[in-house]
Design a binder for this molecule. Structure first.
Ligand code: NAD
Length: 260
């Protein structure tokens, strides 16, 4: 379906991003991986996806804290893999803490990685998409782009902002065959969620099991975590020609959470 398209997936060494990279490759795209992690493990992941898909899979180590490295991610992909047709902004971090105790450095890092990095990759990739008259930008936001929960002030501020950025850019590129959408997953049991369970337990004064049952899955009427594969397949669909009329949309995939 996406044969010979070139895709970048930021933060694809783990969790949702890794699943999206695998699904895009399986759909025929050549993929530039990105993210933090152990170099040997990243190389093993890269080789595994390349082997399984038969597509070209490369890795770029751009740090999403650094605007010039994000621009280089797009530019190096264009020279090493091909013009960037698909940009999936997925890299993200979380920190759970009451607002009056929220560490300023964590606030700044979250703005940089969850929000500003999305701007920097988009501003670098959009000229090529406009020139070629085809592009797909998928921003992995969150159900927390639509609603709030306590103790996640920075995360929720950035995800709401990503929703606004998504709509704005969609309007700017709509006549250039390029769509821009935000996917808003509910809870997916990735390292990002697993790591926040102890902090949420501390902040709320409950056990980790109670966090899973009474905080995370309590939010989702299905009582099930959303899976990485579901988010990945949704992303592939948004990149297809069938989704050409879906743009500027902020789309929940959250087991009914935001229907409350
Ligand atoms: P994860 O921790 O498994 O993966 C995060 C990825 O981002 C990793 O590849 C990591 O290396 C990368 N990353 C972090 N900081 C980086 C930096 N400075 N530079 C480059 N890469 C960096 O988390 P996940 O749950 O897969 O989250 C992926 C995205 O999905 C995030 O934007 C997150 O907010 C969003 N999301 C997750 C959930 C969930 O329940 N897991 C729900 C809604 C939205």
């Amino acid at each position: 379906m996406l044969k010979d398209k070139t895709a970048i997936v930021t933060g694809s060494t783990s969790g949702i991003g890794l699943g999206i990279a695998e699904a895009l490759a399986a759909a025929g795209a050549n993929v530039m991986l990105n993210g933090l992690g152990d170099p040997d493990e990243i190389e093993a992941t890269r080789a595994r996806i390349e082997q399984a898909s038969g597509r070209r899979i490369l890795y770029h180590g751009a740090n999403m804290l650094k605007p010039e490295e994000i621009a280089a991610l797009v530019e190096d992909t264009e020279s090493d893999l091909g013009p960037v047709d698909i940009l999936v902004n997925n890299a993200g971090i979380q920190h759970v803490c009451p607002v009056d105790e929220f560490p300023v450095d964590k606030w700044d890092a979250m703005i940089a990685i969850n929000l500003s990095a999305v701007f920097h990759s988009i501003r670098t990739a959009v000229p090529g998409m406009k020139a070629r008259g085809w592009g797909r930008i998928v921003n992995i936001a969150s159900a927390h782009a639509l609603i709030a929960s306590p103790f996640k002030s920075a995360y929720i501020a950035t995800k709401h902002a990503v929703a606004g950025l998504t709509k704005t850019v969609a309007l700017e590129v709509a006549e250039h065959g390029t769509t821009v959408n935000a996917i808003c997953p509910g809870y997916v049991l990735t390292p990002l969620v697993a790591n926040q369970i102890p902090d949420t337990a501390r902040a709320r004064g409950i056990t980790e099991e109670e966090v899973k049952r009474d905080v995370l899955l309590a939010a989702q009427p299905t009582k099930k975590f959303v899976t990485v594969e579901q988010v990945a397949d949704f992303t592939v669909f948004l990149c297809s020609d069938a989704a050409a009329s879906i743009t500027g949309a902020v789309l929940p995939i959250d087991g009914g959470w935001t229907a409350h």
